[in-house]
Design a protein around this ligand. Sequence first.
Ligand code: GTP
Ligand code: MG
Length: 179
Amino acid sequence: ANDGMIRHDENAIHKTILVGDSGVGKTSFLVQFDQKKFQSGSFAATVGIGFTNKIVCIDGYNVKLQIWDTAGQERFRSITHAYYRDAHALFLLYDVTNRLSFDNISAWLAEINEYAQDDVVIMLIGNKVDMTSERAVRKEDGEAIAQQFGVDFMETSAKTAINVDLAFETIARNLLNKK
Ligand code: GTP
Ligand code: MG
């Protein structure tokens, strides 16, 4: 019997992709969320694409996320485009210590607009907030561009785990509320 309530399909898989310039911390952000750890040391750029399945519990509902980590390097971009099309949610990351990665955000949003579905859930992330003395992008600047494009925004640290779980919970909640 249907009691009239709209129910979340707990078997639905919400494809979520991580995009942004190389080195902003996409892989680190996902590893922190998935394994609760941060690997410092030499930077190994992601080559190709892969996914991690995670279940986030929101208000008693299990939200299944299939999280795709993309390679930010320019030479892999054409491969990434193919993954936008069936993405339900998207994290767009920049590095708060790298001004260029922030200046590239509007180009990333234009690309998302071109390749992704119109109703894709987008969250802008300013990562590496633990590097306080090297900050090159103010929180207000992140908030302003997010507001301009009508997307959610959060500052995170994949190193100290600040706001990492919260960012995934928020995107899962937005997916749940969309239904
Ligand atoms: P591509 O795979 O090339 O697209 O890069 P990426 O966005 O996956 O970056 P990755 O996660 O590999 O991180 C790049 C470098 O930044 C690594 O040396 C990380 O250890 C470092 N890093 C990532 N996130 C943080 C953070 O929140 N704080 C600090 N201090 N360093 C970070
Ligand atoms: Mg990577």
